[in-house]
Design a binder for this molecule. Structure first.
Ligand code: CTP
Length: 410
């Protein structure tokens, strides 16, 4: 970040407000100057004194506070902000913002400011999935606000589902990433349902051995994170990996290719997009030995019979009314030709291909360079995604896939 960024943090009255002093510290660590504005209800969950202590600025709440207004009027406050972050944003605050109300200091400052606005909603899962909240969020997205979707998990009210405010360190990283992103991803998949497969699969030989590959799952997880940032409702079907689930993503763990196929096929018909990043094992042992195969099974060599696994992506692409399908290919030679044949053979809409013969990219590396190819009237179009982080590559693929999906629909 060049120069010091002024961030106005708006805090509404939800349980997630107790995390905001940590958020202030995380944003300050990233180099920002932070002033806070609380709604009246927010005072029930966090004290102004804590926020003042960590931000170093007096906390504002009332529109008609004479001494605070004399020091910095609400209009000056609106001008001061380079960015407005609202966390937690309750259903009520989202509704007020979506309708342009200015009935307290926070909503007034938002209306009076020309700075970009980032919102981190947090509420009970039923309030979050209520059509009224959905419509209000759509309105805010149309108005150019960025929405960082809530986390999925156990809620303060005892329900289990999406609605928890994302953790401060993640939220701060997202806010900083939004400021630095070269492509504008927010809203590009708003209202879409996206299924992502990631990681390797394991095909059991006996109770202790299996066939697998080197996939780390990082690119698939980056894709699911990017789809979520783009406003989609994301389901991630993952093979065994040691990665944290991106906030807001619904994760389903599977082991074998057949498990992955079952988990995917049960959901694919309801999806708008399927992004297959998993390195699915192409073969599985024909028989699973009931007991560990002993070393003396054969004096010398022995044969393990393998059968072809289902092609998960091709099965989805073959569905009537299939979602927009994006495949990933790792190739060691004839990269573009192989990718083009895969696009045809699997009947998919788009393919992202990388050259894994290059040691700098691909498996187990956090950087990547890819070529993206997709069907276009009269042929196949392509775009080179230059060497950069897996997150950046993911963002560019999502933006391109979102554009193609909208073109297909419209
Ligand atoms: N894929 C899949 N199910 C499989 C194999 C692959 O869903 N059984 C998906 C991958 O997730 C990826 C794409 O298909 O998006 C291409 O994977 P890749 O391994 O490159 O393709 P294969 O069909 O296995 O081709 P080959 O091994 O011959 O290169």
């Amino acid at each position: 970040m060049s120069g010091q960024m002024n961030i106005l943090l708006g805090i509404a009255g939800g349980i997630g407000a107790y995390k905001t002093p940590m958020l202030v510290r995380e944003l300050a660590k990233a180099g920002a100057r932070i002033r806070t504005v609380m709604t009246r209800a927010a005072h029930e969950f966090v004290t102004p004194l804590s926020l003042q202590a960590v931000s170093g600025f007096e906390v504002r709440s009332e529109t008609f506070d004479q001494s605070a207004e004399a020091a910095m009027s609400h209009i000056e406050l609106a001008r001061w902000a380079d960015l407005i972050v609202i966390a937690p944003a309750t259903a009520h605050l989202i509704a007020r913002l979506a309708h342009g109300l200015a009935d307290d200091l926070l909503t007034t400052v938002v209306l009076a400011s020309t700075a970009p606005v980032v919102i981190a909603p947090a509420m009970n899962m039923h309030m979050w999935s209520h059509v009224a909240t959905e419509r209000n969020c759509e309105r805010l997205t149309e108005m150019g606000y960025s929405i960082i979707r809530p986390d999925v998990g156990e809620q303060a009210c005892g329900d289990e589902g999406p609605g928890r405010m994302v953790e401060p360190h993640y939220l701060a990283a997202q806010v900083m990433a939004l400021l630095q992103k070269s492509v504008r991803i927010e809203g590009s998949l708003a209202g879409r349902k996206v299924l992502v497969t990631a990681g390797p699969t394991r095909e059991a030989i006996d109770p202790v051995r299996y066939l697998t590959n080197h996939s780390s799952g990082r690119q698939g997880f980056a894709m699911s994170r990017a789809a979520c940032e783009a406003g989609a409702e994301v389901t991630l079907v993952s093979g065994p990996v040691s990665l944290e689930t991106p906030p807001g993503v619904q994760r389903i763990d599977v082991v074998s290719a057949k498990d992955m196929r079952d988990a995917v096929m049960a959901r694919a018909p309801q999806m708008d997009m399927m992004i297959a990043v998993a390195a699915v094992s192409d073969f599985a042992p024909v028989e699973l030995a009931e007991h560990k195969i002993k070393r003396h099974k054969a004096a010398g060599n022995w044969m393990l019979e393998l059968a072809a696994n289902p092609d998960v992506l091709a099965e989805v692409a073959a569905l009537d009314d299939a979602p927009f399908t994006v495949g990933f290919a790792a190739e060691t030679r004839d990269v573009k030709d192989n990718a083009r044949s895969k696009l045809e053979a699997k009947g998919i809409d788009m393919i992202a291909v990388n050259d894994v013969s290059n040691q700098m990219i691909g498996f187990n590396s956090s950087n990547n360079a890819m070529t993206l190819m997709w069907r276009e009237a009269g042929g196949v179009a392509s775009e080179r995604l230059a060497f950069s982080s897996k997150d950046e590559i993911a963002a560019r693929i999502i933006v391109r896939a979102g554009t193609c999906l909208s073109a297909r629909d419209g």
